[in-house]
Design a protein around this ligand. Sequence first.
Ligand code: C2E
Ligand code: CA
Ligand code: CA
Length: 732
Amino acid sequence: MSEQPGQTGRTEAPVDPDGPEDRLRRFATIWSRAVFPATAAPLTRVEFEERLLPLARLLSGALHARPFDTAPATEAGHALVAADCTDPEALSRTLGVIDAYLVLYCGTEPAARCTEQSAEESRARCARLQHALAAGYAHALRERTLAEQEAVARAALAARGAAAEALHATQARFHAVFEGAAIGIGIADLDGNVLEVNDTLTEMFGGLEHHVRSRNVSEWVHPEDTPRVWRLYDELVRGEREHFRVEKAFYRNDGTVLWTNLTLSLLRDHEGAPQYQLALMEDTTERRLLNLRLRYEATHDALTGLPNRTLFFERLEKTLSAGDDTRFGLCYLDLDGFKAINDSLGHSSGDRLLVEVADRLQSCATAPGEMVARLGGDEFVALTTGPATASGVSELASRILGALAAPIRLEGREFTVRGSIGIVEGPAAGRSAAEVLRSADITMYRAKAAGGNRFEVADPEADARAITRHGLTTSLPTALERGEFFIEYQPLVDLDDGTVHGAEALVRWAHPQHGVLGPDRFIPLAEHTGLIVPLGRWVLEQSVRQARFWQQELPEGAFGGPLRINVNLSPTQLHHPGLVADTVEVLERIGLPPGSLCLEVTESALIGADEDLLKPLRQLAEMGVDIALDDFGTGYSNLANLRRLPVSVLKLDRSFTQGMQQHPADPVDLKIVEGIVSLAHSLELAVTVEGVETGAQAEQLRKIGCDTAQGWYYARPGPPERLHTLSLADAV
Ligand code: C2E
Ligand code: CA
Ligand code: CA
């Protein structure tokens, strides 16, 4: 290679004996040694290595590139085909070399090896590069095959012309056409008796000419023949068709299968009457095997050997389009708690566990019409088709859960793997594969939510609910920016004198499609997605602003004291490190005294809370912010525990008030509430009751000694202005 002026640095600089360039070269050498014997390229090994070097550079570059991109590997796959590495061995050897040496020779510098990119990431990248290379290779080979077929077709046409001419001329010239041909050529009469075959064709059939010559075309029926092949043949020998081209299999003399691209043409005599048939055959067996292997690799999971997502979708789509009376059943399995096992054991053990699970699943679905596939991660599917899928699919799901039940031994320990299964069953017609899978996925989550280790059957109503849930989750993050939330206030009333004492802020979502949604519909989602933190901050700020406004604008003396505001806090907010700072900042900026704010925390959020979790609440309490224990009585905390919590208010859950709705009120309920109230008072806690819907309830609660009440009897949650009228009415 001559050095050109434009070619800088890389070639001119002395090669560091252990530098990256040198290592790249070594990789290319190994690669060329492995693949060279399997190439048809008219090159020396060293020349071949020069051709591989830029491909090695592509792979090495892709191994480190940020962001990661597999395109260079695809390109390398194309280039391999362009370099005539079309033997099936060439690909598998290439993959072997990349697998064993790419990371080793083209990984990072030894010094930086551990820091820049973890070994694990390199391995993962290397595997993906191999896939991309194989895919690029397959694609290029397909393109090339198509191009070759075109060339063969053109050669066939030429040969046909020559053969026809030869027939009309002399026998000697006829044979001359046959001999040099690289494709198999045979001639038969219209009854199918083989008259002439060339050497190439004989070799394709296994080498014995008389075996081929003594045959009749009609004997070459192969089970893989489509009816079309023989229909075209009949048309041709009847003189209704000049030629046709098909892909056809034959049995060789030794019983093995020969695949060909077969072009059959009709040869006519001088008057134009059909006389002979001419077959041109190209041996495609090897290419077909390679394609089958590539297809196998593209449609099967490398780890477990199960069909992968691609193949599963193909099969499902085929089933769904099979026709009206076909039924199908699908089990969508997700392992319970697999992540924990994987994290604690490491990935290689996790992999072995998945392989074991795959084997067990496979043994559950052995009947015709059943298949098991791995969708990825710890998600598997089993598909069954047939007349009785309704009962069949639940039996299949039970079999699967049963097969998982026996513990799996890994590294001397036993693991019990359980799974949740979503089942979709029904007539195939009218559903898309994506719909079916989504429904199965949703149903699987239902099984998980119900505790796992079970199956659930899809039901359209539950699906719809889950889909809205899903829709809400996705529209939630933008809702805050778009100002779709608003707050309603529900008054808190002093049971002694009936004055409005404050209000609880209750958030709502004015959803553009679903209308106004209550907090029960979206607070859990906001908790789950983390949006609760900004949402909670927004609620706090709005409510504090509102309270400040009430304190400034409403005439003094309208209330028992300055109006206070209660704001709900979710467990996630409680864990958020900015809680104290944010709250203080809001109070100071807006100018509301801390004593006018009460934060409501549910009892369940504080169960088992350690001192770390209580610390922020304790700090807030020390500053004068009230902390209320919300929904008291629904959790399991014992009353003695209250002493160590920084709370100053107990909010009795609505369920207690409901027990008092009967006339006369349930005496046991009354006794319980009375007990709680007196204990709370002995701990210097104020008691608020929720859900007061009647005057009788209010009266009873007052007698028992409750301090504050909240409920529809006084007011439903409403806009802030409603509180003005209420408190003014009080004042009168
Ligand atoms: P909660 O804190 O227990 O709020 C009281 C719930 O009881 C409110 O439901 C209120 O509308 C309802 N309610 C009030 N009086 C009566 C009555 O007399 N009878 C009956 N049957 N119900 C009554 P809402 O507004 O649907 O709130 C549900 C829950 O959502 C609240 O329960 C609270 O835990 C949560 N929540 C509301 N707003 C927020 C917020 O801004 N942040 C957080 N983290 N949670 C909130
Ligand atoms: Ca509350
Ligand atoms: Ca409550």
